[in-house]
Unconditional design. Structure first.
Length: 153
């Protein structure tokens, strides 16, 4: 019977300790090998928390690593080089993104968002920019969202 382990890990910095080690130990897997595979698969998200799912067949000791995408806010913060979002996002801006950066994040998130197309995913990213205090192309994200809405209609 296949088993799943779902955890949020520090991308590229997973160790054999908790939460993975204790979960993998009883299954007889080579913990070092699994950790190395997870670190390899999550390396492009280094510095962020990433959801992963391990699908394990304990009888054959075969496993598969599925890497999710980090939360949109984390991707935005990485793009603008900020540690955390603004404490007062309406007044204090922590950075600025280009529409190309918005599109890049939207493309990463497209499979895991509620949007069916790239424009919708971009609007979701822009909405998160509002929440964390990031401008888009030097403008209030709401202005950009309105421009996208006008272009679509």
């Amino acid at each position: 019977m296949v088993q799943k382990i779902e955890v949020l890990v520090d991308a590229g910095k997973v160790s054999g300790g908790p939460p993975l080690g204790p979960a993998l130990g009883p299954m007889g897997l080579n913990i070092g090998e699994v950790v190395a595979k997870i670190n390899e698969e999550t390396a492009k998200f280094t510095g962020m928390k990433v959801p992963i799912t391990l699908i394990i067949d304990p009888s054959t000791k075969k496993y598969e690593v599925k890497v999710g995408t980090p939360p949109t806010a984390s991707l935005i913060l990485k793009e603008v080089g900020a540690e955390k979002g603004s404490g007062d996002p309406l007044r204090d801006k922590i950075g600025d993104m280009t529409m190309e950066q918005v599109r890049k994040i939207a493309e990463m998130k497209l499979g895991s968002t509620l949007s069916k197309d790239i424009e919708g995913a971009m609007k979701e990213v822009i909405g998160t920019c509002i929440s964390v205090g990031v401008t888009v192309d030097g403008k209030d994200p709401r202005e950009i969202k309105n421009l996208i809405n006008r272009d679509i209609s």
